[in-house]
Design a protein around this ligand. Structure first.
Ligand SMILES: NC(=O)c1ccc[n+]([C@@H]2O[C@H](COP(=O)([O-])OP(=O)(O)OC[C@H]3O[C@@H](n4cnc5c(N)ncnc54)[C@H](OP(=O)(O)O)[C@@H]3O)[C@@H](O)[C@H]2O)c1
Length: 353
């Protein structure tokens, strides 16, 4: 394999695109070849993103002016960080235009995560216009899909809530006694809503508030159910999910309550999680509770396990923009390219914050 690989970031003007650029400039094997953005086209990257001054020069380029045929030559990785809906309009057409090639693609939107187009329409509220591309994408949750990701050229990065929830839930598929009911209680910071301020998500309007949104019908629920089923989780297990807006900028904290007819012992549960994550460098079991400040700016997911009086609770914390988005995409690119899984991602959190 030739090094370094050239990285193209599509949707470079959004929050996830911004974090992708910051992480790529730190990566030993990747370099930003193009930062594509309609909203920032022509602007200097270093002026818009001062954090990468000294690491990266040049300007944002409009995707319409990029010579996409370059991707049919050499080693490229395309990170697509467009919004859902827009992605299925744009990405397949670009890839069809390029034709057969060795480029690797990691999509961070929700458009290619769900195998079933009807489920997509039900939860995203729009018709899937490119169902012919659904089968091409492998679901990019490395801790549970590492082998498939390693052999893939098209990876669909998981949703941020779905990442934190699945890392708390999926080890339970290996238990002899399946859970009856799982209640996922998830809180996120405002950066999860993207760069465009809206009346419900604009930070000043939610900074001192706390509320649920899309209760029991958030689009990350079918993503979690899909993976639970694929890994052999019981079809009798009922999973409910409620997303909430926390007064934070970054971070996701998830409390997953699991109800069993006969709960496992804490020792058994801890062993089950230790086994599940023995080969996973970014997942840590912590005592008491995960803390957002321990995961901010990192690709970590911290988990704590609690069993008391027959009740089971698993807490998980991630940085939504890193393990929930850009960091996980880099982790996937490492697996796809055959580099160490941790390349470019070994950063401790800053303290204090
Ligand atoms: N924020 C998170 O915590 C998070 C976590 C996991 C996954 N995601 C997913 O990652 C993707 C990017 O998220 P984000 O938070 O970066 O969102 P964002 O800040 O809203 O950025 C999305 C980017 O998509 C492009 N875009 C949006 N509408 C467009 C349109 N009508 N036409 C053309 N381009 C359009 C813009 O790119 P340009 O102007 O640069 O061209 C925009 O910067 C989304 O699909 C999101 O669901 C986000």
């Amino acid at each position: 394999m030739s090094f370094p690989e050239k990285a193209v970031v599509l949707g470079a003007g959004g929050f996830v695109g911004r974090e992708l650029i910051r992480l790529i400039v730190l990566h030993p094997n990747l370099q930003v070849e193009a930062a594509l953005s309609k909203s920032q086209a022509g602007n200097s990257i270093g002026e818009i993103y001062p954090e990468v001054q000294g690491f990266l020069g040049g300007s944002f380029l409009s995707p319409d002016r990029f010579e996409w045929s370059q991707l049919s030559r050499g080693k490229w990785i395309l990170f697509s960080a467009l919004s859902h809906g827009e992605t299925m309009q744009v990405l397949p057409s670009i890839l069809e235009e390029i034709g057969e090639n060795d480029a690797m693609v990691i999509d961070l939107s929700g458009d290619f995560r769900l195998a079933c187009r009807e489920t997509y329409q039900r939860y995203y509220g729009i018709k899937h216009t490119r169902p012919d591309w659904l089968e091409k994408f492998v679901y990019g949750l490395p801790e549970f899909n590492r082998k498939k990701i390693q052999g893939s050229r098209f990876v669909s990065n998981p949703g941020c809530f779905a990442t934190a929830a699945q890392l708390a839930l999926l080890p339970l598929v290996d238990l002899e006694k399946e859970p009856l009911f799982v209640a996922i209680d998830a809180k996120t910071g405002s950066s999860g809503a993207g760069i465009q301020p809206r009346l419900t998500t604009h930070h000043p309007l939610r900074a001192n508030d706390f509320r649920a949104y899309k209760p029991l019908e958030h689009q990350h629920l079918p993503e979690i159910e899909q993976m639970w089923n694929q890994l052999g989780g019981s079809s009798l297990t009922s999973i409910s999910f409620v997303s909430q807006m926390a007064p934070l900028v970054r971070g996701i904290f998830v409390s997953t309550h699991v109800f069993f007819s006969e709960p496992p012992s804490e020792d058994h549960l801890v062993k089950c999680f230790q086994d599940a994550y023995a080969e996973s460098p970014f997942v840590r079991l912590v005592p008491e509770s995960p803390s957002l400040t321990e995961v901010w700016g990192t690709n970590r997911c911290d988990l704590s396990i609690h069993v008391r009086g027959g009740k089971v609770l698993i807490c998980s914390a991630i940085d939504n923009l890193i393990k929930g988005a850009a960091g996980q995409a880099i982790q996937n690119s490492n697996l796809m390219a055959g580099w160490p899984e941790i390349s470019g991602l070994q950063v401790p959190p800053p303290r204090p914050v």
